[in-house]
Design a protein around this ligand. Structure first.
Ligand SMILES: [Fe+2]
Ligand SMILES: [Fe+2]
Length: 250
């Protein structure tokens, strides 16, 4: 029963993250309209918000399926993460980069790695559905970043990336790591922390950093942050850390 409980916990956690993502995309789609972003990007944000409603539901269903309580449907309060002194366009860009370019890309990488090992058909079906949509959500972020960079915006991003990554790392990396005798948790799609860290690193080094650099966003501070994280993760005991849910913070 312990394994089932751990699986239920992770999917309830994801359901809450999907709810926050829905609120964030709804707010972004309105603000992208206010700053007269490209109509394609505004439509993508609105569609992403609808996707996240579905993701929250299917994540909750998996949590319940593995014995978790029904996930409360209360309205999520999702604070803004960009510095309040920024212009609206910069606050929107900060949030789009932190959540769409970074969190959605990392989530897609994690879902891809999960599909490679998960054997349970219920988990595989949900992961496949979420993966398909999250790839689109990250493309939305990159499209808006490219549009903003072409207009000479986003000079703050290079210095802000470490804080964004710090928030994103909390999303999945620091979920508690449970003992997994017999590999049952992995069969059910719960990757061990060491593997989540490897996916995180690979995604940063092969997708995110090159993507930012191609758009003229220097990644030296972000690469230094990653090197520090990797150093800490090999020198610190692997005690489970129950991080509070928070995204890339300002
Ligand atoms: Fe989602
Ligand atoms: Fe998403």
């Amino acid at each position: 029963m312990g394994v089932e409980r751990d699986v239920a916990y992770v999917w309830a956690y994801r359901a809450a993250a999907e709810r926050e993502a829905r609120v964030r995309f709804t707010r972004l789609s309105e603000r992208l309209g206010e700053i007269q972003a490209s109509s394609e990007v505004i439509d993508l944000a609105a569609r992403a918000s609808e996707d996240e409603v579905r993701h929250e539901r299917i994540c909750s269903e998996i949590a319940v399926c593995f014995g978790g309580p029904p996930v409360a449907q209360e309205r999520a309060e999702v604070p803004e993460v960009a510095p309040a002194r920024f212009s609206l366009a910069d606050r929107v860009l900060y949030e789009v980069v932190g959540f769409s370019c970074i969190v959605e890309t990392l989530n897609a990488s994690l879902m891809t790695a999960t599909l490679e090992v998960a054997r349970d058909p219920r988990i595989r079906s949900v992961v496949r559905e979420i993966l398909r949509d999250e790839v689109g959500h990250s493309r939305f972020g990159w499209a808006h970043l490219a549009w903003s960079r072409a207009r000479g915006e986003g000079a703050f991003l290079s210095g802000a990336l470490p804080r964004m990554l710090e928030g994103a790392a909390k999303e999945e990396l620091f979920l508690p790591d449970e003992a997994d005798p017999g590999g049952r948790l992995v069969e059910l799609g719960n990757l061990p922390r060491s593997q989540r860290l490897a996916v995180f690193r690979e995604s940063l080094e092969s997708v995110l950093f090159p993507g930012f650099e191609a758009l003229g966003v220097a990644t030296t501070p972000a690469r230094t942050w990653l090197a520090d994280l990797l150093r800490q993760s090999t020198s610190e005991p692997k005690s489970p850390i129950t991080a509070p849910r928070s995204g890339p913070s300002a």
